[in-house]
Design a protein around this ligand. Sequence first.
Ligand SMILES: Cc1cc2nc3c(=O)[nH]c(=O)nc-3n(C[C@H](O)[C@H](O)[C@H](O)COP(=O)(O)OP(=O)(O)OC[C@H]3O[C@@H](n4cnc5c(N)ncnc54)[C@H](O)[C@@H]3O)c2cc1C
Length: 399
Amino acid sequence: MDFRFTPEEEAFRKEVRDFIESECPSDLRGGDVNFFQQIGPLVQWRSKLAQKNWVAPAWPKEYGGAGMTIMEQFIYNLETARSRAPAPIYLGGLGVAVVGPTLIIYGSEEQKKKHIPGILSGQHIWCQGFSEPGSGSDLASLQTRAVRDGDDYVINGQKIWTTLAHLSQYMLLLCRTDPDAPKHKGISYLIVPMRDESGQPTPGVSVRPLYNMAGTHEFNEVFFDNVRVPAKNLVGEEHRGWYMAVTTLDIERSNIGSAVGQQQTVEDLTRFASANKGNGVVRDLSSVRYELAERFIETEAALMLSNRVVTMQAKGMIPNYEASAVKLYSMELNQRIANTGMGMMGLYGQLSRSSKWSQLRGRVEFMYLRSVANTIEGGTSEIQRNIVAQRGLGLPRND
Ligand SMILES: Cc1cc2nc3c(=O)[nH]c(=O)nc-3n(C[C@H](O)[C@H](O)[C@H](O)COP(=O)(O)OP(=O)(O)OC[C@H]3O[C@@H](n4cnc5c(N)ncnc54)[C@H](O)[C@@H]3O)c2cc1C
């Protein structure tokens, strides 16, 4: 198989590389940006990307994207990862990754006009209100209710694990609008303002923080107590939300995972192991060399799996179990890389960035803790395995 790019693709690759080289601030290029501590430089970088319509490069030009082809997006993402610049998806958050594409496909003209500019400029942060305490993998069982009352919907219920709800201006909410219909058929999509322009929470909305095991406040519980939302905030057809959400989840899944970033981490660990041989920081090299070699081979396999998905998309095919295979493999690989790093560094691996004794800016400690969530967020590994088993291998359902 020949993975070389065409001369035009090579030229585009150079354009991306040169742009990042000259414009992206160097302190954002360590591969370990902290969203909360480096918000200033991130905003700066984002506005430079915005000038080139590169914040949401895949979106059509009429909506402020660059209308990039699948291959151009792939090259753009690859070069961003190779240059260790923050991924565009990271900068744009769920607004760019999920909400914008959903509104472009299903939203009314009024919704697009109102919300797309704020998503692109970064003025509005969005969150995704899908999961509930009893409904994660079995999302269609969700219970948060929205009842039509005149020109409004009135919402009651609870969401959980809602990333960035504490900072968001809007939520894309999945809620039950017809409790008597079969579970997939009574769900709708609503846009819920989380706060007003002055930052005051919407009446009836309360957000409670949840801290992850890495100690960061990324996600929350969100409670709705008779929250009134105008009926014009309905996205697409009433009761058809499930079918739209399936598209949203496909969009989300196809964005997860970067084999290039993983390869760089393995290369960093390898360089670190060689540089610290015999000085007590790294465990006996003879016992970690095979592990590092294995991790490197696995990153090559992850790259091949991603290439397959991109090639399918470029041919107009819709990856299905193939996207699940990439998600599953790359997210479990993240954990194996973190384990290798932790084992290799011994006690040094456990030190966070804030310690003066930490190595590699505390990346191993953070990756070790944060990568636990990788096999849960965006659909757990078991769910991805079910998809591969049923749709890829044709095995019968397990129920
Ligand atoms: C970091 C992070 C960020 C998140 N951000 C958001 C967000 O912004 N918005 C949002 O709505 N949600 C978010 N989530 C929630 C996420 O989508 C759910 O946690 C996930 O879908 C799993 O649901 P659950 O936690 O309810 O686990 P459950 O579905 O209860 O699963 C528990 C266990 O049972 C297994 N299991 C369940 N069903 C099956 C089955 N059929 N076959 C085999 N095994 C099964 C699971 O794999 C898992 O191991 C986030 C989660 C994380 C970790």
